[in-house]
Design a protein around this ligand. Structure first.
Ligand code: ATP
Ligand code: MG
Length: 495
């Protein structure tokens, strides 16, 4: 199959998002669609996927013009779309989610649950996944949901798959497995559009690239002809820093210490500490328990035994308001599920936790709220039209920056950041790293939870590596490299 999008234009109000964009893809080819946050990648694919109408331009399949008014029509033409924001139904088991809209029916006219389970199991087996198809989607964490979405597209017999940041919450071994399956599909003649901010993955898996900048197509070619630095430069229009970040830090008094933290299921016997001005990494693979551990510490997770000390005093946080009173900020992973209030606008989403700090006697100091948020918008370069627009009008990466901004406005003593750069483009990533470093220089203790070992090595002073709920090792200095992190994360010891 050959897909061509010709001369596509799209505006939202006065915001011209796509300007005369051409994009094409052949079966048997993996094409990266790249660009900064807000460049128009998801919008372009939403048009191909029948989610949004274009203002002008045309789509051709094998040379004939088509129009997709709904996602179902696009799917009917053989195009599957894995969305950036997950799209599963929580109240159904995995296998039913895998077959939504094209359920298998048995001879008796009833749903053929056995066959749906079986076919789901076959895909999971191929992916080497230990996941029961009967599990309710509600009980899965976001990484597994992402895997289910990918598996669902793999199960459909389609000729083109659009993957909008499919790996943003996966770890390296899972990514490798997904890639293996993508390559198999390519070899069977399926065309794949791969949207990602992880340029290393693009080099690994893609044959071609197309780059959007501010709604214009600015470059395309073969991946084998370029480096990640080239791609980054095409995206942002200038060179991106790749040198090491400043390491000298003045780590003073202890801010957080834990002793033997254990819950019943996700983590056990966790003891560590982090000091003012220190950036501590915590990493591991899927199921390592780090997210659950810090949720529990922050008072938003499960019950645990053991003791947490904050500034030397034993504490047990019961809820997030209490955590805020102490000066503890926590950016949860997966903004769609935990970070964003859909019914509120951009400004409200970007400031809501700091309301106690900017309000006096119950009144919100609007001027201060606006000022502080404007500063964050500038320093994080959040791309938006008006602060009063709904948060959902922002591109994925820009939503992430808004959620981060709200924690930066709180002036915390301890900041826990879970997957802080998820879905953020290469340039903005560096800006976020600079902000983390600046906070550390101002004596904030920072914990960065991340599954990207590159990120850990780049920003952290020291890292803990977890494996199946236990601390499996600690690395710093030159020993804190990607190789050692991966060894510890997979349960291997270093010598
Ligand atoms: N429903 C909408 N209403 C108004 N504006 C929108 C809407 N959807 C997208 N936009 C705007 O269109 C522009 C492009 O957004 P898009 O989601 O295509 O970016 P993207 O390249 O996918 O970015 P990211 O890497 O952050 O996901 C942004 O300026 C965004 O604010
Ligand atoms: Mg997007």
């Amino acid at each position: 199959m050959i897909v061509e999008m010709r001369d596509i234009c799209k505006s939202f109000g006065a915001n011209e998002v796509l300007r005369h964009v051409n994009f094409s893809l052949k079966g048997g080819e993996i094409c990266a669609l790249l660009g900064e946050n807000g460049a128009g990648k998801s919008t372009l694919m939403n048009i191909l996927g029948g989610v949004l109408p274009a203002d002008s331009g045309e789509i051709l399949l094998n040379g004939s013009t088509v129009t997709f008014e709904t996602p179902a029509e696009s799917l009917g033409a053989g195009i599957a779309f894995i969305h950036q924001e997950l799209n599963l139904i929580n109240d159904l088991p995995i296998y039913e989610n895998m077959f939504i809209g094209r359920e298998l029916v048995g001879r008796n006219g009833l749903l053929d649950a056995d066959r749906m389970r079986h076919e789901t199991q076959l895909v999971f087996d191929r992916m080497g996944l230990d996941l029961d198809p009967k599990t309710m989607v509600r009980d899965l964490d976001a990484s597994y949901k992402q895997i289910v979405e990918i598996s669902r597209a793999l199960l459909m017999k389609v000729s083109l798959i659009i993957m909008d940041e499919p790996t943003s919450s996966l770890t390296e071994p899972e990514i490798d497995r997904v890639f293996e399956m993508i390559r198999t599909l390519r070899d069977q003649g399926v065309g794949i559009v791969f949207i990602s901010h992880k340029l290393k993955e693009v080099m690994q898996i893609c044959d071609r690239y197309t780059i959007l900048r501010d709604g214009n197509m600015v470059a395309e070619g073969n991946v084998s002809d370029v480096t990640t630095d080239d791609l980054a430069r095409f995206m942002v229009g200038h060179d991106i820093r790749t040198s090491a970040l400043q390491r000298e830090r003045n780590i003073s008094r202890e801010v957080l210490r834990t002793e033997h933290l254990t819950d019943e299921k996700s983590f056990r016997d966790i003891s560590f500490s982090v000091g003012a001005g220190e950036i501590l990494g915590v990493t591991g693979l899927l199921g390592d328990g780090r997210t659950e551990l810090f949720q529990a510490i922050f008072g938003a997770g499960s019950e645990y035994s053991g003791q947490v000390y904050f500034e030397g005093r034993p504490v047990k946080l019961r809820n997030t308001t209490q955590a805020l009173d102490y000066g503890i900020g926590y950016l949860p992973r997966n903004r769609k599920e935990n970070g964003i209030l859909k019914d509120m606008n951009i400004l409200e989403n970007g400031t809501i936790v700091s309301w106690p700090l900017i309000s006096k006697m119950g009144f919100i100091n609007r001027k201060k709220q606006n000022q502080e948020f404007d500063e964050q918008v500038k320093s994080l370069r959040i791309k938006m039209e008006n602060k009063s627009d709904p948060i959902s009008s922002l591109s994925g990466g820009n939503q992430q920056k808004v959620v981060l901004a709200k924690w930066l406005c709180t002036q915390p003593k301890l900041l826990i950041l879970d997957n802080p750069t998820q879905g953020v483009d290469v340039g903005a990533k560096e800006e976020i790293y600079d902000i983390i470093l600046k906070l550390a220089q101002n004596d904030v203790a920072i914990v960065v939870l991340s599954s990207e070992s590159q990120e850990i090595v780049r920003v952290c002073d020291r890292t803990l590596v977890m494996y199946h709920g236990a601390l499996h090792g600690e690395l710093k200095g030159t020993a804190m490299n990607e190789h050692n992190i991966m060894r510890l994360a997979t349960g291997t010891s270093l010598n």
